[in-house]
Design a protein around this ligand. Structure first.
Ligand code: FDA
Length: 303
């Protein structure tokens, strides 16, 4: 209870204070910081997916600016020869303002990545965005199937039906490619499974379904129950290292991450960076309020 209160209050506290918590989860404010973090992970045999922070914009000028920044960051990462994919949130490109303009921006980004032989993952945002984000993926998949993928959220009751529909698009020439995660937004019980066991069960069922249909999955979780279940499925279906990868967020459960890497699995870390780290951080705090309490305790103890 107290942890939740602290987590809810943190967005109203000074930014410098929140940064104490956040720096563990964010590479930094600049592109240089993202490059340094990515190189370090590369030395541990870990790939990265780069995310520029700054979703839920309010003007199309901001969408244009975000697109230019993404294009420049892809050029830079490819020039630096860092093995990266790129993750983006469609609301950063105006999804909730003008879906046509958003499609144009994201298309340009995916084309740029495709020209380098790279890949763009469309993050899944809160439930008001799901239909539009699936549609965006379908349109891009029809043009550049091997250069784009989508995230699916195990907590949404609709996801098995969405996945069954999307898997119909899957073929050797036009593979679909998903990141499977639990889902991070606070959604009502009418549309989302609320119990941890229920979400985990749907996660495993979705993973099983996708593996059975030979779909590449980025298994995005820090939950050991799920990494164990995933490893059992990988074994049962006799999958090769190129059929899946594990994915984790920057700074979260590095020990579990290292164990999976030493067991021989491919690992990709989601590296967020940018000036707009505040919104991202407060979402993480709400997700895991225990961390907020640890910081506050540490500060008081030090004092
Ligand atoms: P769970 O929340 O049960 O965590 C398992 C354990 O991991 C915890 O007990 C704790 O030890 C540790 N842990 C988890 N989060 C932590 C944190 N923030 N700080 C410290 N420890 C933590 N969601 C979404 O809706 N759309 C998206 O596009 C994405 N994209 C995405 C990419 C990648 C690479 C990952 C790993 C995750 C996402 N997510 C996401 C977030 C995802 O939906 C989910 O909210 C988080 O991964 C937390 O769920 P876990 O499966 O890790 O389990």
């Amino acid at each position: 209870m107290i942890n939740h209160l602290i987590a809810s209050a943190l967005p109203y506290m000074p930014k410098k204070f929140v940064w104490l918590f956040s720096r563990r989860y964010i590479a930094g404010e600049t592109l240089e910081a993202a490059i340094i973090a990515s190189r370090k992970l590369g030395e541990e045999g870990i790939s990265v997916t780069i995310d520029l922070l700054g979703e839920y914009i309010t003007t199309l000028d901001q969408a244009q600016e975000n697109k230019e920044t993404y294009l420049a960051l892809i050029d830079r990462f490819e020039k630096e020869q860092i093995k990266a994919t790129y993750s983006l949130k469609p609301t950063s490109f105006g999804l909730l303002i003008d879906t046509g303009a958003c499609f144009g921006h994201v298309r340009e980004i995916v084309e740029k990545a495709r020209d380098y032989g790279a890949f763009v993952r469309i993050d899944m945002e809160d439930s008001q965005c799901v239909d539009a984000e699936i549609e965006l993926y379908k349109r891009l998949h029809a043009i550049m199937p091997k250069s784009v993928g989508l995230v699916v959220q195990a907590y949404l009751k609709r996801t098995p039906a969405d996945v069954r529909e999307l898997v119909k698009l899957h073929s050797a020439e036009a593979p679909v490619n998903f990141r499977l995660c639990k889902g991070i937004y606070v959604e009502p019980p009418e549309i989302a499974i609320k119990s941890r066991e229920g979400v985990n069960q749907q996660f495993v069922e979705l993973l099983d379904y996708l593996f059975r249909h030979k779909v590449f999955v980025g298994i995005a979780t820090h939950d050991q129950f799920l990494t164990n279940a995933a490893q059992k499925l990988i074994e049962r279906y006799g999958l090769s290292k190129n059929d899946y990868e594990f994915q984790m967020l920057y700074g979260v459960t590095p020990e579990l991450r290292a164990r999976l890497v030493s067991a021989g699995h491919k690992m990709r870390v989601y590296v967020p960076f940018g000036k707009h780290w505040f919104g991202y951080s407060t979402r993480r705090l709400k997700e895991n309020p225990r961390m907020a309490w640890l910081i506050i305790r540490a500060l008081f103890l030090r004092g």
